[in-house]
Design a protein around this ligand. Structure first.
Ligand SMILES: *Cc1c(COP(=O)(O)O)cnc(C)c1O
Length: 421
């Protein structure tokens, strides 16, 4: 029996309606920007396996560092103990994060990093004798699937069974040149009673919303407004972090720095799960007290796992290498060239790019949308390219190490696909 057949017996896949989609492609190995399946087919990983393996699959530098760490210290409790990989990672991160970020708190995945951020914000105010029970978020945002993270995410048709149990969240539209004054007015109104603990946002690119992009200057106005009413700002850079936008972090495009930041996905270069919630000293100091109860009593068993820290350290080293920085510039230029060609196509409604993130919206009537999404996915896979269209959007977010030839193949397959629609 093939893996594909054996899979059906016991496995329950994420985000899947198994009755409609019983088949899963069995990947047996991966190298650089390429995935290989059990039938001997290969696929260019055009979305870096949900934007994790940005330095390439099974990158030998990273696997070597991780293997070394595994043989020295595999794991130890991070309450009451510390270790070199965590200490070095905190130093490496603080050196590249926005200037005000000083403290590093560990958890296991993007969703938990957001839950940690929300709890930090709520307790930050609570510790100072203020009850601020509300969180503000952008419409259409995605922050994860745990209860806190799901609550601050944009409402989804899939949230139905859980909505009664959400934390209290108010949402404002993503700012555009047209609606900015209305959004500012709405936000002002939501902030006036000083009940908002924090404003959560994906800076500049809303990933799961199909790589929707907004302007830094407009977002900055919302951040300033939140801050002026004493609300903390939480930048969810789980997707945008570590070079994808052309800077180490999307927050660097703004002059207003966030109080709290969430990092995961490519933090560990796609090797193992880990997440970090970083914050400013002002946030951290609100938890310092002779009173035990003012401490932050949140902790996951695998906090700061040394192996995961080693993967993250190796990833940050690669990110800062000349080779990766040149690759980033090469991909940025390559996407821009593709864009001038493809945006003329009658079936393309709109295109957008920030750094190595590229997206195009198709002219499609929504009636056909559901079908087109799977039709397109299958079309790409049959031609050796892994891209997962979101709604009527096709996006590319490939590993930084994708070659020029592989990238041309991705573009070519997209161009050819427009003809079957
Ligand atoms: C993927 C994602 C998350 C959730 O991360 P998980 O590791 O899947 O829990 C949170 N925020 C953003 C912006 C993401 O892209």
């Amino acid at each position: 029996m093939t893996l594909k057949e054996r899979d059906k017996k016991h496995l329950w896949h994420p985000l899947t309606q198994h009755k409609l989609h019983p088949n899963h492609i069995a990947i047996t190995r991966a190298k650089g920007a390429v995935l290989y399946d059990e039938e001997g087919n290969s696929y260019i990983d055009g979305i870096a396996s949900w934007y994790t393996c940005m330095y390439g699959h099974c990158n030998p530098y990273i696997t070597e560092k991780v293997a070394e760490q595994m043989q020295t210290l595999d794991h130890v409790v991070f309450a009451g103990f510390t270790h070199e990989p965590a200490v070095r990672l905190s130093e490496a991160l603080v050196a590249i994060l926005p200037e005000n970020q000083e403290k590093i708190f560990f958890s296991d995945n993007g969703s938990t990093s957001v839950d940690v951020a929300i709890k930090m914000a709520l307790q930050y105010h609570f510790n100072q004798g203020q009850k601020r029970p509300k969180i503000l978020a952008l419409e259409g945002g995605f922050h994860g699937d745990t209860f806190g993270a799901m609550s601050v995410s944009g409402l989804s048709v899939y949230n139905g069974p859980f909505e009664d149990f959400f934390i209290d969240v108010a949402r404002v539209p993503v700012p555009t040149a047209e609606n900015i004054e209305e959004v500012v007015a709405l936000m002002e109104q939501l902030l006036t009673d000083n009940e908002v603990a924090a404003f959560v946002y994906e800076p500049l690119v809303q990933g799961a919303a199909a790589m929707k992009m907004h302007d830094a200057a407009l977002l900055e106005r919302l951040l300033l407004l939140a801050k002026s009413h004493g609300a903390l700002t939480i930048a969810d850079e789980v997707m945008t972090g570590f070079g994808k936008t052309g800077k180490n972090f999307a927050s660097e495009y703004l002059t207003v720095q966030p109080d709290i930041m969430c990092l995961s996905k490519s933090l560990t270069a796609g090797l193992v799960p880990m997440a970090i919630t970083s914050c400013s000293l002002a946030v951290y100091n609100a938890f310092l007290s002779d009173d035990m109860g003012k401490g932050f009593f949140h902790g996951h068993t695998y906090s700061a796992n040394p192996t995961a820290c080693a993967a993250a350290l190796a990833g940050i080293e690669l990110l800062q290498s000349e080779e990766i920085q040149q690759n980033i510039q090469r991909i940025i230029k390559s996407h821009a060239t593709f864009d001038t060609r493809i945006k003329q196509h009658p079936k393309v409604r709109q295109t957008r790019q920030l750094g190595v993130i590229y997206a195009l919206d198709l002219e499609l009537d929504m009636e056909r949308y559901g079908a087109a999404r799977y039709q397109l996915f299958n079309y790409f896979m049959e031609r050796g390219v892994c891209l997962r269209p979101l709604g009527n959007t096709i996006y590319i977010l490939a590993p930084f190490v994708i070659t020029a030839e592989e990238l041309s193949k991705v573009y070519q397959v997209i161009e050819n696909a427009l003809e079957i629609l």
